[in-house]
Ligand binder design. Sequence first.
Ligand code: GDP
Length: 612
Amino acid sequence: MEAPSIGGVRIRKGDGQSVRLRRGASLSDLAEKINVDAAQLVQVLFSMGEMVTATQSVNDDTLQLLGAELNYDIQVVSPEDEERELLERFDLEFGEDEGDEEDLEPRPPVVTVMGHVDHGKTKLLDALRHSNVAAKEAGGITQSIGAYQVATEVDGVERKITFIDTPGHEAFTAMRARGAKSTDIAILVVAADDGVMPQTIEALNHATAADVPVVVAVNKIDKEAADPQKVRGQLTEYGLVPEEYGGDTMFVDVSAVTGQGLDELLEAVVLTADASLDLRANPDMDAQGVAIEAHLDKGRGPVATVLVQRGTLHVGDSIVAGPAHGRVRALVSDTGEQVEEAPPSMPVQVLGLTSVPGAGDTILVVPDDRTARQIADQREARKRAALQAKGARRKTLDAIKEQMEKGETSELLLILKGDSAGSVEALEDSLLNIEVDDEVSLRVIDRGVGAITETNVSLASASGAVIIGYNVRAQGKATEMADRENVDIRYYTVIYDAIDEVEAALKGMLKPIYEEVVTGHTEIREIFRSSKVGTIAGCMVLDGTVRRHAKARLLRDGVVVTETEINTLQREKDSVTEVREGYECGLTLTNFSDIKQGDIIETFEMREKPRD
Ligand code: GDP
């Protein structure tokens, strides 16, 4: 029987069976699953008005439409589903406390500090860190691991609070975007001398979107211009009504410089947590948590700061952290001490991973090293597949047409490698913020922490990307391979240098803009015929100059007769390169001899116009 035809394409249809595809799958993926030729799917989709290549990632709706057309029930599997199914295969689950109510114990709240730039987030985090009595007793604060814990006394009971050390809602939301809910409470810092500013509202919106309660720190009250009441009034308009006005948001006046109000702020955090959150976790299960920072340490190898969310993490545990795995070799607390274990809400540096996870990756203790490696391998494979899918952008007919009308677009592809997850993220953010022109764009096709590897070079080579190494170097045979494959690797130690050079490269990719500049006018006064050189125009240069090989147009009665070039140019009997205004000359035009007395030759140049 002949296969039915859809949009002129003969293709075998299904009988309604379901087909599972991962989000962002390509037509090739679908073709493989339903055993048809990918090219046929490209054609069918084309007949439906959409133009995608076989390897390009296709959105959910399109996959489903195409499936319906071919009589398949397409089920798009989200990364979250995939992750859940992966863990299920190992009889694991992330995100739930094991056991019953009575297994749960109170855990400290985890706090992120947000607010407008210069309102004192960093200073406040520093001040709180130094007010940390527990740390002082333990021999002082020795290092920053991306988060720290402080203790405060509320109603005669010692309570701990965990602060995430990277201020700002960007980091908070970046982590949330990865599905990691790391923050319980947000401290919104507002400078009392400046009041509510755009990023104050932005930060508030991020907290609200994440359903995170807010405590307002009205900062800089030591300043003369401070007007803390005004801040209260302003925020009321955005739905944050101070408790003293009958609302349920705690406002605390503080000074990160004098230390005034810091204890009250800590108390407010504890009280807000008690009032609106039920922060409990089972400390007696295998630990689960989230990586909030990770980098490659020269001496210690991959180091990840982990916020334990439930369970207790022990030295010796087998763990998976995103696509990294390993066995916990040592745990280092925020005071720089080696500890044996980390209970819920405690941030610790974890040593012993085989590679560097990303900020926001989940951490999971698993029964043994083998399980850890298998899960990590599968995540790595999934990441690679997703990257490939992402590498190709979906293009509609309209978009392609637009591109063609504008002329070919140029795109600079980059692979970023850096010494820590934070620096890679910062670099990527800054690079993507470079504004040049619509004609050129920049795309980061892969990023990661650690040395530049042969895998990076092979991806760069395959896709024509440039590799940027920020505080890292190429490893093993990567340099050799890059030389061989002509891959450009650039090293930077200062982020701004990288931005400058990339910006310059993008500008360099712009096609130059040319403008026409008229250089002179020459009138034809006499015509000579020569058997050797053809028709010679005896001319007078009216203005400007006329140059040999200059572009020229011949004007007759103000109308352009032809566009050509000055072929030969003479003064008297001598061949010259240039004749100026007020002089006579003889010239011939390239491929044009039908000249008349009184014709004007306008000469011009195309000059490159600088871009601003
Ligand atoms: P961020 O951009 O929100 O992290 O703000 P910073 O913590 O860097 O603070 C910005 C500036 O305000 C710095 O010069 C701080 O010294 C200053 N600052 C921060 N808190 C206070 C405060 O409570 N009182 C005064 N007088 N200055 C402060």
